[in-house]
Design a protein around this ligand. Structure first.
Ligand code: FEO
Length: 398
């Protein structure tokens, strides 16, 4: 059954949601699913904006056929080549071989890397500022390199004042009938997924996101149509401000504290609970604790973007750092997280070295602060070490 939805007088949502996929990019858990958005402009010319992942291709194709209602497809705009949006390209081109593909120059090369495209296929590269006149609408193209791949374009409909934003302003989470962010409690039910999507997918490219935000600031945008998640037509500033914070690596909660601990037999975990209690007694609210072994690193990275202060507690392992903690810290480093304050508690039964390993990774990152002194546990925390944890907490709070 056709599930297409009318968004504007001649614009349709023809994407679909997937609640079966366990891991996005075969890495990141998506317990709330994901939507693959595609839009169809039914003007004098018909323009399809992106395709969808293979998983939802049958629904998307049914929607496309139904909305076209016998008309041909004139253009296919490929904003982003990643297969979660490009996978159905060949199927679309088999059905509408006359459609002209519009994309960036780099995308035109990438498309041919992914697919054997027939010689007859018309692929036309467009540059920043070029336009497509469709009858009553004009689409203007803007380059958005590294948001999230180098070939990305966004486009702006100058009549309806819509930004087709590719991966930008997207989020994990399947749609449930409500197409618009103002129809859901985004802050309560979607923001964590949106932050985890942004930080893990685009978080490394803060400079490039800032560049896109600067271009967007020159446009009168009344609607944002991303490739994942709900459409924005109200309170756009709320989400744009989140993107601005995230891409400048500024924490949403400067005073917030997250404890991330690794623990093989519970001793380091116990110290983490003691420290959390000390912090709570000192008035810290909304403390978050995560077991690094039990929490997917995508959540930990997202929390590191959200909060200003992070306490790391980890055992020594194989004369180095406990591997799940090392994996987390290297992920933080890879995403250029900066201007966070870290505090460190290590454990080691004979030659503790975890703190040194953690310090080395943090020092290799963009500027971050390590609040000392390090607290060293020998196998298990002892009563006399309470003072050390007290001092660590005081230093962190001052
Ligand atoms: Fe949703 Fe970078 O693809």
């Amino acid at each position: 059954m056709n599930t297409a939805r009318k968004i504007k007088s001649d614009l349709w949502y023809i994407g679909a949601s997937d609640r079966r996929l366990a891991l996005f990019e075969n890495m990141m858990p998506i317990p709330h699913g994901v939507s693959y958005n595609s839009y169809l402009l039914m003007d004098d010319k018909t323009v399809l904006m992106d395709t969808v992942d293979n998983a939802v291709a049958p629904q998307f194709l049914e929607n496309l056929t139904a909305v076209l209602a016998g008309r041909s497809l004139d253009y296919l705009v490929i904003h982003h080549v990643e297969p979660d949006h490009l996978a159905s390209l060949q199927e679309v081109m088999l059905r509408y071989p006359q459609a002209v593909i519009l994309c960036s120059m780099q995308a035109s090369r990438l498309i041919r890397q992914f697919f054997e495209m027939p010689e007859s296929c018309q692929i036309q590269a467009v540059k920043e500022g070029e336009t497509l006149e469709t009858g009553h609408h004009t689409l203007t193209f803007y380059a958005a390199p590294m948001v999230h791949w180098p070939e990305v374009l966004v486009s702006y409909d100058t009549v309806d004042k819509i930004l087709f934003s590719a991966d930008a302003f997207g989020t994990f989470g399947a749609l449930s009938g409500n197409l618009y962010a103002d129809e859901v409690n985004f802050d309560r039910e979607w923001l964590d997924d949106a932050r985890r999507y942004y930080t893990n997918i685009v978080g490394k490219y803060g400079v490039q996101v800032q560049n896109l935000l600067k271009k967007a600031a020159t446009l009168d945008i009344q609607m944002i149509c991303p490739l994942h998640g709900p459409i924005w037509r109200e309170d756009l500033g709320y989400f744009i401000q989140k993107y601005d914070l995230w891409s400048r690596y500024e924490p949403e909660d400067k005073e917030g504290i997250v404890l991330i601990y690794g623990s093989m037999y519970g001793h380091t975990e116990s110290a983490a609970h003691v420290l959390a209690g000390i912090l709570a007694d000192k008035g810290v609210r909304n403390i978050k604790m995560y077991d690094v072994s039990a929490t997917h690193v995508s959540y930990l990275l997202s929390e590191t973007f959200r909060c200003g202060r992070i306490v790391l507690l980890a055992p020594t392992y194989n004369n180095g750092l406990y591997p799940p903690m090392e994996n987390y810290l290297l992920d933080v480093q890879a995403h250029f997280v900066q201007d966070r304050t870290f505090a460190i508690v290590e454990n080691g039964s004979w030659s503790p070295i975890a703190a040194k390993a953690m310090q080395e990774i943090i020092q290799n990152m963009k500027p971050n602060n390590i609040e000392g002194p390090v607290v060293t546990l020998k196998s298990a925390m002892k009563q006399e070490q309470l003072q050390e944890l007290e001092r660590l907490a005081e230093n962190l709070l001052n």
